[in-house]
Write a protein that binds this ligand. Structure first.
Ligand code: GLN
Length: 447
């Protein structure tokens, strides 16, 4: 009830929720109370959580912040959601996001922009802007987001909360609406590192329903949190500490390096030489995969249909023209172009080769260090409207997070200071594939 009241009191300003399940949440809470009385000690019993509206939820509208899915009520729960429910969580509702997870500011939502709880004329970041703003505004204990090129870490950074993108394959994508399938991952957004460890443990693991999920055991992430950072080698990639980095961000991140050094870690300069190609490579791969994934929204099988007299093709065209927003259309066009006959070798195939080089950069660096430390984003949260006119400027806000998705490894964002204007600044930790324990234990050392 307290969380529902908090949502009612704050969400007119924040706009983090697309759907609030007022009645159902109270019923779930009553059921949780009954289970607690009966001695059930499942990890999440009665814990109020909320989900990015990209997770399909049985009987609960799932829009992906798009008009084309504005009336879509899925018939099943995805794996991550089912796991949360099995462990007793209470789902408060579905969170706002950039349409189909395409964006870095949450301004690409058919349900209006999310506002940063620290400063409501600023963006919360994106695409999981609702997930980060919700936790920052104390509307839920924690949330789930997804991260294809930074969509958990960048909004977590801009909202002063903790966010983790697991290794590709660590969490099942079954029942998560696909944007770019070779990059998408599910992860937690939380107030602190311990909650992050708990929520990751709750959703991680092999799932036969997702052929890209990996069958490696899920460690007890909480058990190693307090192991400290003595002797840990921390890599500082020289390509990430560049001109153009906001001075407040630079200062806060350097202070975090000093703290780790005082705690016994050893900072080491490393190089990730193909960093410059990451954004271009990502926008070829992500848009190509998106154009293919979004072909299913034809007005027949899902969502909104515009009926026309002129026949089937016209109905597809009108439904898609009316249902998708401008950024989604831009990406479908870019991706379709890159995949079209005669261009495949020059664009998609080339991008895949560059992707391999970027992954190799990280693997080489992890021969020298245990964890890599960088800023999350070049600047703190920007003003609503500041970058909407220039998509390239917007794309550059993920310059430090995108390489991690291309490499398929894990990354985490945690608060490390405030800008002079009073906006949170985040620190990124990058780990070896399936090295989430090292990220969490390093992050915990700051608490
Ligand atoms: N901002 C990036 C994009 O627009 C990343 C989005 C994401 O991680 N879902 O594609």
């Amino acid at each position: 009830r307290a969380f529902l009241d908090r949502i009612a009191a704050t969400d007119e300003r924040v706009n983090a929720f697309i759907t609030v399940c007022e009645q159902d949440a109270l019923l779930q809470a009553e059921a949780a109370d009954a289970r607690l009385k009966a001695g059930d000690d499942a990890l999440l019993t009665g814990i109020p959580l909320a989900l990015k509206d990209i997770f399909v939820t049985e009987g609960l509208r799932t829009t992906c912040a798009s008009k084309i899915l504005s009336n879509f009520v899925p018939p099943y729960n995805g794996t991550a959601v089912a796991k949360l429910k099995e462990q007793g969580a209470v789902i408060l509702g579905k969170l706002n996001m950039d349409e189909f997870a395409m964006g870095s500011s949450n301004e690409n939502s058919a349900f209006g922009p999310v506002r940063n709880p620290w400063k409501v004329d600023c963006v919360p970041g994106g695409s999981s802007g609702g997930s980060a703003a919700c936790v920052a505004a104390r509307q839920a204990i924690a949330t789930l987001g997804t991260d294809t090129g930074g969509s958990i870490r960048q909004p977590a950074s801009h909202c002063g909360v903790v966010g983790l993108k697991p290794t590709y394959g660590r969490v099942s994508r079954y029942g998560v609406i696909a944007y770019a399938s070779s990059l998408d991952q599910v992860g937690p957004v939380t107030r602190d590192v311990e909650d992050c460890a708990m929520l990751l443990g709750a959703v991680a693991g092999y799932d036969p329903a997702d052929s890209t999920s990996v069958d490696v055991p899920v460690p007890d992430y909480r058990a190693t949190l307090k192991d400290g950072v003595k002797g840990l080698k921390v890599g500082l990639p020289k390509e990430y500490f560049i001109e153009g980095l906001d001075p407040d961000v630079k200062q806060a991140v350097e202070k975090a390096v000093d703290t780790l050094r005082e705690l016994g870690a050893e900072p080491v300069e490393v190089s990730l030489p193909h960093t410059d190609y990451a954004v271009a490579c990502y926008y070829l791969i992500a848009t190509a995969e998106a154009s293919s994934n979004l072909a299913r929204y034809d007005g027949v099988r899902y969502g909104q249909r515009v009926d026309r007299e002129q026949g089937l093709i016209d109905m597809y065209m009108q439904s898609r023209a009316a249902g998708f927003g401008p950024e989604v259309k831009r990406r479908i066009m870019l991706g379709t172009y890159a995949l079209s006959s005669g261009y495949y070798d020059a664009y998609y195939l080339k991008a895949q080769k560059v992707r391999t080089l970027i992954r190799q950069d990280f693997l080489d660096a992890f021969n020298q260090v245990d964890v890599i430390l960088t800023p999350v984003a070049p600047t703190p949260a920007f003003q609503i409207g500041e970058k909407t006119a220039d998509p390239l400027q917007m794309y550059l806000s993920d310059i430090f997070t995108i390489p991690v998705n291309l490499a398929g490894t894990c990354g985490m964002s945690l608060p490390c200071g405030m800008s002079q204007k009073g906006l949170p600044i985040g620190l990124q930790l990058i780990g070896r594939p399936f090295g989430e324990e090292t990220l969490l234990r390093t992050a915990y050392a700051f608490e």
